[in-house]
Design a protein around this ligand. Structure first.
Ligand code: 8Y7
Length: 280
């Protein structure tokens, strides 16, 4: 599956896997602890991720970590819009905006963002229509429940089957509403309303998600399943575990890896991809 997302600021070539660098501008982000709230520090972080080979920068102004509270529209706008403009003023890097709110989607694209990363998979009122109108690439992610409560009691009969079914249904709904299928990415949503066992099952069967036929994005960087498998390893020490999971995802066909540590992740996925290609 060769795919190129046309974006306003250069195409995103997915004929080989790429890294989406994470840029959180939330005071309560779980792994960065709010280090990037200062816009200039965030800009520095964006520059270094670009220098390390990030193909996309994903900017998030609303923490979606388990237990996180929702933020208001004005607060989210003031976190992300100036930063999009600052990056755009000096770089053509494709910018993704991590939001579920149609108002933020519109303002972000106007400010220079190229794609939308929505952990609610465009289920908010007006979101599908907004993307159809904006005509930008979108990532549809699976989540059971909502961030504030999603980790309290995740429950599935067949986690892989249910995630595949959900993503297929959202994909169909988006295409019916006029979003071009070649503008859509899907994501199993590792850690979003899932136990460690659910996350492991999804990682083991990721190829089934890739079989749906649109490019797959996976976010595993520093996530709690790594802490759980590695005897409560703290978030700051989850790099090697993150890189291992990124390689496993690419070896099954994932196209985009969302990660904090761009250089290490890119090395790992280049190797995983070379091995995958050699076996075809
Ligand atoms: C993911 C994500 C987060 C993910 C996509 C974190 C915003 C939590 N995780 N978006 N966002 N996929 N598409 O640990 O897995 O970074 S936030």
């Amino acid at each position: 599956m060769v795919s190129v997302f046309r974006s306003t600021h250069g195409d995103i070539d997915l004929s080989r896997p790429v890294v989406m660098g994470i840029l959180n501008v939330t005071p309560d982000s779980f792994s960065d602890g709010g280090r990037f709230v200062d816009k200039n520090i965030a800009l520095e972080q964006a520059r270094s991720m670009i220098a390390e080979g990030a193909a996309i920068i994903d900017i998030g102004g609303e923490s979606t970590r388990p237990g996180a509270q929702a933020v208001g529209l004005d607060e989210e706008l003031s976190r992300v819009i100036p930063l999009i403009e600052m990056i755009r003023a000096e770089s053509d890097i494709p910018i993704s905006i991590d939001t579920s709110k149609p108002e933020i989607m519109r303002a972000a694209v106007k400010a220079g963002a190229d794609m939308i990363n929505d952990v609610y998979a465009l289920r908010a009122e007006g979101a599908v229509e907004t993307i159809a109108m904006l005509d930008v690439p979108v990532c549809l992610m699976h989540m059971q429940g909502e961030p504030r409560t999603m980790q309290q009691a995740p429950l599935y009969d067949d986690v892989v089957g249910e995630v595949v079914e959900f993503l297929q249904a959202r994909l169909d709904a988006c295409v019916t509403a006029g979003i071009s299928p070649d503008r859509i990415l899907i994501d199993p949503g590792i850690g979003f309303g899932k136990s460690v066992a659910h996350n492991l099952a999804l990682m083991a069967r990721l190829s089934r998600i890739c079989d749906i036929g649109v490019p797959v994005l996976v976010g595993v960087s520093r996530k709690s399943m790594i802490g759980a498998i590695l005897d409560n390893r703290p978030t700051a020490e989850r790099l090697f575990g993150s890189v291992a999971l990124a390689a496993l995802a690419v070896s099954q066909g994932a196209s985009i890896i969302r990660a904090h540590d761009v250089r290490a992740t890119l090395d790992a996925i280049k190797l995983a991809y070379a091995v995958r290609q050699a076996g075809r």
